[in-house]
Design a protein around this ligand. Sequence first.
Ligand code: UGA
Length: 437
Amino acid sequence: MKITVIGCGYLGATHAACMAELGYDVLGVEVDDRKRELLAAGQVPIYEPGLEELLAKHVASGKLRFTDSMEEAAAFAELHFVCVGTPQLPGSMGADVSYVEAAVTSLAPHLTRPAYVVGKSTVPVGTAARMSALLAEVAPVGAEAELVWNPEFLREGFAVKDTLEPDRIVLGVASERSEKVLRDFYAPILATGTPLVVTDYATAELVKVSANAFLATKISFINAVSEVCEASGADVVDLADAIGHDARIGRRFLNAGIGFGGGCLPKDIRAFVHRAGELGVEDAMTFLRQVDDINQRQRQRVAQVATAMVGGSVSRARIGVWGAAFKPDSDDVRDSPALDIAGRLHLRGATVTVYDPKANGTARDRFPTLEYADSAVEAARDADLVLHLTEWPEFRSVDIAEVSAAVRRKQILDGRNLLDLPAWREAGWTARGLGRR
Ligand code: UGA
């Protein structure tokens, strides 16, 4: 079976490479010349463990090719996956679905035989119904061009594994025929026992945003509790461990710290509230505004604690920052809380030196006025304070003696609550977490 993947960013490049791995012939459609040429050469413009190897393997095997032509795409396959981005609209909380719309309207005129267009992008509820009508209207084959909504749940850093071994597959369908096509397509994954939920378009769209909203809520919940822990002398890590033992709650996504960032959670909760407003049920979603506010507060809180640790003013202070990516195993700095905090302190007059194992380049593009170092120890050189903001494993195994010899003052703030604070204290450091004893 042949497929096309329209839009070869994070989601699309991963989907394309993974579907080639499952044995399909894949044609990726990417309009950005630089990106497409890189991909065609077997290279990935982002850091994602395992992705480049898989992509290169299937570019070499001939199972994966790239084009910028929708005409070629329409001729190549009957199954087309739409994987374009839906960023936050400038000046609005809503999501920009224009790339999804453009994908559908540029493919549809070439659909002269029955085809299935499968949306994987995260979209406001109601988009799929609109795209389905648009598809039937523009495609020469009319209603024989069918839409399916098949949200994607992959996490950055685990993109390949999450695509090949997903927790579940969700299909929003309008006919039994399209359900059958997608069941057959995903048969190799379903054969391993992966749960399948078949539903309507609106539910499929909402499953995705609800999942991200729930995860964001869990993080903001524990971060709000961590503030109370701090005020009362309790320890949020012990607390999370204890409540996490309750299977109804679960320990995952209960790590208090500097909060969530990235290209998904922040914009998805905003778009969810915005869409609820359009549907006249904004009140039902107001709690998500608080989830967003709590998350923003964490960044402020860290900047405040850092300021207090260097004596009440950061001007003239030197601050070493460990981590710039929004999470480890990624070089993505979109809405990264680590970089946001580094930037805030810099804007208030601190000299901030950042080190991230993979994201120095992407961070420098976004924040060229920060200093960048090539190692954790160099970022800490002459610092009055070290901030641990992205939990790369190497920060947990740094040689404390070596860092001790590099800094001006032995002070560290663990924004991810993962460092061994007693070990740092033993070496003479003032070591703090967030909501920790
Ligand atoms: C998220 C979802 O987890 C995926 O299921 C979804 O497919 C994806 O968005 C998407 O919509 O495309 P991702 O953005 O890669 O994935 O990152 P997460 O692993 O969800 O982490 C998001 C943020 O939350 C990170 O900044 C992370 O540091 C933070 N986080 C996570 C915490 O602060 N505490 C936690 O306990 C867990």
